[in-house]
Unconditional design. Structure first.
Length: 323
């Protein structure tokens, strides 16, 4: 009975957040004030990915890291000051790359439409455009966000789900943002592109429970492969999250998770709940996939988290600092 009451509370909280999130956003928000914004951002991203496709993963992840801390308000872009350390300098964000690409897109938009388009909206558009550039799905991006003025390092630590999380922690963390277990497993599929530094998973290879052991939920042959790439104290080596196709957005991630070859504990955790395991199994086993459509839908939902609209916040002139 107690468990059912807790579940009901979480469901109600998620519904309230979902109703509050996204108000003021719409597709085509800039149709009159900056009609060329989407084409400008797309050209910037297409030019970048043609030369540096490895930036696709970090740029997509930047939208996620922005939305989970203070909502989708561009706070992850703000630089630290003498008085405070910003989100981008928090440990979970040290692996993010591509801030200069956001700045490049923002500068191009500013030349065409000064003081109109928020940095938060540019991050959302970039996430869609890098996905498309890497042969993934497209979706209609809702715009109308405004930029926040606050960025606090510790808030990234407390709000961003960890790659070491178990399934209970993951589901609860996503529900607090108004997202469902399905959204969790769908958006985890973004791990089909990009790379990770060794420290995000080497505990699974060398010292999983503090006794010099390996993670039993990770395929033993995969462990052997990863040990060849990552020594116990390796801090710098990058490993592909989806070996062999980490520059192509596809559904191969789910086949890897099903084979116990998900790189992170949070990947393997998707098999530990019927709410997420059934989706992994379906995408891994069936040729006809709903993943691309589902991904677009979940990205739209994520892009509505705690947004600033109307007269709230500001439209930053430069994404790294408040006006």
């Amino acid at each position: 009975m107690a468990a059912s009451k807790i579940s009901a509370v979480w469901l109600l909280l998620a519904l309230v957040i979902a109703m509050a999130n996204g108000q003021g956003l719409k597709v085509g928000f800039y149709v009159k004030t900056c009609p060329s914004v989407e084409s400008i951002v797309k050209k910037t991203i297409d030019d970048v990915i043609a030369v540096s496709p490895s930036l696709g993963g970090p740029l997509l992840r930047m939208h996620f890291h922005d939305c989970f801390v203070r909502g989708c308000d561009g706070s992850v872009l703000l630089n630290s000051t003498q008085d405070s350390q910003a989100e981008k300098d928090s440990i979970p964000n040290l692996s993010l790359r591509g801030y200069q690409i956001i700045d490049r897109a923002k500068s191009a938009v500013e030349k065409e439409c000064p003081d109109v388009v928020s940095c938060a909206d540019i991050v959302a558009l970039v996430a869609r455009d890098v996905t498309v550039a890497l042969k993934g799905p497209s979706w209609n991006v809702e715009t109308g966000r405004r930029d926040g003025r606050v960025s606090i390092s510790n808030e990234a630590l407390t709000n961003l789900p960890s790659p070491f999380s178990n399934i209970t922690t993951l589901i609860q963390g996503w529900q607090r943002k108004g997202l469902t277990p399905k959204d969790l497993v769908v958006l985890s599929g973004s791990h089909t592109i990009g790379t990770s530094h060794c420290p995000a998973f080497t505990n699974r290879l060398y010292n999983f429970t503090g006794k010099g052991d390996t993670d039993p939920s990770l395929d033993s042959n995969y462990i052997a492969e990863l040990k060849k790439k990552c020594a116990p104290n390796d801090q710098t080596t990058l490993v592909e999250m989806d070996p062999g196709s980490f520059k192509t957005f596809d559904k191969n991630y789910y086949a890897l998770v099903r084979k116990r070859r998900g790189l992170f504990q949070s990947d393997s955790a998707l098999l530990n709940s019927s709410k997420t395991r059934i989706y992994v199994r379906h995408q891994a086993e069936h040729f006809k996939s709903s993943f691309f459509e589902d991904f677009g839908n979940s990205m739209v939902k994520m892009g509505r988290i705690e947004v600033l609209t109307g007269s709230a916040g500001e439209i930053r002139k430069v994404c790294g600092r408040v006006n």
